[in-house]
Design a binder for this molecule. Structure first.
Ligand code: TYM
Length: 332
């Protein structure tokens, strides 16, 4: 069976609708056809400053949400990145074949370091995409389900795999991005030309899976829509309404054409009211199940420890091969 790997950062109190529709929902679907590895990337989460207690809690909440959304630890390997030491070990090797200029061209680094100020941005933030490449290459992943914002990191990953393979001998599988176009970029409800993101300018632009249903409904009702009053799908001229239609379609399985037809002659208010109900209906059971998994953190930790052990069985074999190819002495 082909392999998939993906990861999500525990940098917020909740996943948002962009994470869910752009990535995690697809992870669930891929479990049927693929040998799946999914990780909560806590090593990545310390690249821009954090608080230890908050990180520990968010790591558990992230894992609980993944379980609640439908990641099945029997069929998939669900683990926490820091519990698998091969990730930073391979990242170091890859750091040594990554060009400084190459890493400097990563747009996420440029954006984030510009926000923090070049002096304050950490070296960890700079090499973040190399650690991400290690995550993927350790598992010989064939496909990586992510949103559009990760495309450049996947290109770097492929470049590094290729470079290592030609320099030291074929070691890594070549991973393909798995990006579902329709939902690859869910946009901010208040600024529909920007992607929905936890660093959004206004909390009203962001729908969190774990926030109160009444608040979610309110945010959708106050989403920025476009001039005119017709409900049509055109991301260029009507980014606000188009984003709402994208979310609606993704959550119900109804085609955009079908929705446009159904709302002909109705107003933005009708669309928003119905969409709010749709979103809340999807989110409510996720919230309930997340709460259930968090009720027993010891059990959750145990499940993650088993996942880490399963992950290590694969990652340690890859790392052993890498160390050998590089010319390190075999351990006694
Ligand atoms: P992160 O934690 O920022 O986001 C997790 C996933 O959610 C997707 N996503 C979106 N998709 C559609 N619309 C949006 N508005 C939106 N916002 C976020 C992201 O594309 C991502 O798939 N660097 C990664 C984490 C990572 C990783 C990996 C991913 C670390 N190692 C290895 C894949 C493979 C990140 O920051 O994702």
């Amino acid at each position: 069976r082909p392999r998939v790997l993906s990861g999500i950062q525990p940098t917020a109190d909740s996943f948002h609708l962009g994470n869910y529709l752009g990535a995690v929902r697809n992870w669930v679907a891929l479990q049927d056809s693929h040998d799946a590895f999914y990780c909560v990337v806590d090593l990545h989460a310390i690249t821009a400053g954090h608080e230890p207690k908050v990180l520990r809690q968010r790591t558990r909440v992230s894992a609980a949400q993944l379980l609640a959304i439908g990641i099945d630890p029997e069929r998939s390997t669900l683990f926490v990145q820091s519990q698998v030491p091969e990730h930073p070990q391979l990242a170091w090797v890859l750091n040594c074949i990554t060009g400084f200029g190459e890493a400097s061209r990563m747009t996420q680094f440029k954006d984030k370091s510009a926000k923090q100020g070049a002096e304050r941005a950490s070296v960890g933030l700079f090499t973040y995409p190399v650690l991400q490449a290690a995550d993927i290459l350790l598992y010989q992943a064939d496909a990586v389900p992510v949103g559009e914002d990760q495309r450049q990191h996947l290109e770097l990953t492929r470049d590094l795999a290729q470079r290592f393979n030609t320099t030291f001998g074929k070691t890594f599988a070549m991973p393909e991005p798995y990006i579902i176009k329709d939902t690859a970029k869910i946009t901010d409800l208040q600024d529909p030309t920007a992607k929905m993101s936890k660093s959004a300018s206004s909390p009203n632009g962001l729908i969190e899976l774990l926030e109160e249903p009444a608040r979610i409904a309110k945010k959708i009702r106050s989403a920025v829509t476009d001039t005119g009053r017709e409900i049509v799908y055109d991301p260029e001229t009507k980014p606000g309404v188009s984003n709402l239609l994208t979310i609606y379609s993704a959550l119900t399985g109804r085609s955009i054409d079908d929705l446009v037809l159904a709302y002909a002659g109705k107003g933005y208010g009708d669309l928003k009211k119905d969409l709010a109900e749709v979103v809340v209906e999807v989110i409510r059971p996720i919230q309930e199940r997340t709460r259930m998994y968090l009720e027993d953190p010891a059990q959750l930790d145990k499940l993650l420890a088993i996942g880490a052990e399963k992950a290590r069985a694969v990652s340690s074999a890859t790392l052993r091969r890498v160390y050998d190819r590089i010319g390190f002495l075999a351990p006694a």
